[in-house]
Design a protein around this ligand. Structure first.
Ligand SMILES: *Cc1c(COP(=O)(O)O)cnc(C)c1O
Length: 422
């Protein structure tokens, strides 16, 4: 059974200050998890996690991760700005972008970040924008084909827009060495949301072997290997959680088999985890406000797909707890819906839940990453607040809810709208 990190009483207390819907984050869980990650990779002296800012772009949360040594993985102008605002600059910034506009390369260089090139044509672009290449550069790799573990397909890199081929990455290294680059990194992201302790070790093998090959063929000094994101979380109650220590040890084994014998035992390992860092430590809290009995049983809540897009976009499962009814039998079959004029605005379809009464608080689990950040404004719906539940039980507003003024801020139409009451 999936447990919430907060009690019903605490949620009602928070809701008296900040009305639902809101995102709630669990400071205690976040801190314990990041410590575990660093512990699992402590055998690698250069290890660093670059938190994937796109997952949860909130400076208060990024600041907590930064206390443990995490940097930022950015891929847009505003993500770079956010990272800079938190005080994360220099090689604590990894710029892993694609289809990159020139001004973003410029900004990445200005903050001193490491540029991770998605494509060989970007060498010229970066040189053009900056005048010369930085001394340290990274390249993103795409081996093509299918990425398999045993007999099961994990993902399809051959169909992914990211990264360079074998031949291109070797060529890129040669060209960049000619142009004065001194230290290199390689990066790949081959499968997403893997709930398996095997993904990172398998990916490590691919990247470590590539590193040895590139080093032997070109003589390039490879300083770091970036395993990127992709470690998943168990969204479903029956799924088993990854064991980060098993993953760390699995990667260590491959490191000792492949890199150490090649004289590359000083390579630092980087990660760019997003989901794994915050996914389970955030939830969307919403209230049942309507019920409808037609061809199906519907419960309407005050959040909608604008606040959490994953179910509508991917058909993703998010567990739901009806607060205060954890022990009651799940003897009702509901569609839990938002209010968008879109039939895919459903947080759950045919979900077995306890009887829901109007006013009940629902916790939608595992929304701490790729939740709020994917939000949008369809139907003129507004984004919710974000709140941090602190270790001492107090809570802090870390982003206020949007207001109609925010929604209307980008056009200057008439004063009536500006001054309208709501
Ligand atoms: C999205 C992304 C990540 C994080 O992915 P998760 O699934 O959250 O681990 C890391 N690196 C890059 C380049 C990404 O685009």
């Amino acid at each position: 059974m999936k447990k919430t990190f907060v009690t019903k009483e605490k949620l009602e207390e928070i809701a008296r200050s900040y009305p639902t819907p809101f995102y709630l984050y669990d400071e205690k869980g976040i801190r314990e998890n990041v410590k575990e990650l660093y512990d699992a990779f402590s055998w690698n002296p250069g290890f660093k996690e670059y938190f994937a800012v796109k997952a949860t772009p909130n400076p208060f949360l990024i600041q907590i991760l930064h206390e443990y040594g995490c940097g930022c993985d950015c891929s847009s102008m505003t993500e770079l700005m956010l990272s800079e605002a938190v005080g994360i600059t220099g090689h604590d910034v990894m710029f892993s972008s694609n289809d990159t506009p020139e001004e973003e390369f410029k900004k990445a260089a200005e903050v001193g970040g490491i540029i991770n090139l998605d494509d060989i044509t970007h060498i010229e672009k970066v040189e053009h924008v900056l005048g010369a290449l930085p001394k340290t550069m990274s390249c993103r790799y795409n081996p093509g084909g299918l990425f398999k573990i045993s007999n099961s397909i994990m993902d399809n890199p051959g169909d992914a827009k990211y990264g360079m081929t074998d031949g291109q990455i070797e060529e890129a290294f040669r060209v960049m060495m000619d142009k004065g680059v001194e230290e290199f990194g390689i990066h790949a992201f081959l499968a997403s949301n893997t709930v398996s302790n095997e993904y990172y070790p398998m990916l490590a093998k691919v990247l470590f072997e590539l590193a040895v090959r590139l080093h032997q063929k070109t003589g390039a000094k490879i300083s770091f290997i970036n395993l990127s994101g992709g470690i998943g979380i168990p969204y479903r109650p029956e799924q088993e959680k990854n064991d980060i220590h098993v993953i760390g040890e699995g990667v260590r084994k491959v490191y000792e088999e492949v890199l150490v014998p090649a004289g590359m035992g000083d390579v630092a390992l980087y990660t760019e985890l997003g989901r794994y860092m915050l996914g389970p430590y955030g939830c969307l809290v919403t209230r049942a406000i309507n019920e409808k009995h037609t061809h199906k049983e519907y419960i309407g809540v005050d959040a909608c797909a604008v606040n959490l897009m994953r179910p509508a976009m991917y058909g993703a499962y998010h567990h739901i707890t009806v607060m205060g009814k954890e022990e009651e039998p799940c003897d009702h079959l509901y569609d839990v819906t938002g209010s968008l004029c879109e039939n895919n605005d459903k947080f759950a379809i045919d979900r077995e839940l306890p009887r829901i009464d109007m006013g009940d608080l629902l916790v939608i689990h595992d929304t701490g990453a790729h939740g709020f950040s994917m939000g949008y404004n369809y139907n003129g719906k507004l984004k919710s607040s974000e709140i941090l539940l602190k270790e001492d039980g107090s809570f802090q507003l870390i982003r206020r809810a949007e207001t109609p003024e925010d929604y209307f801020a980008t056009f200057d139409f008439c004063d009536v709208l500006k001054n309208m009451k709501y």
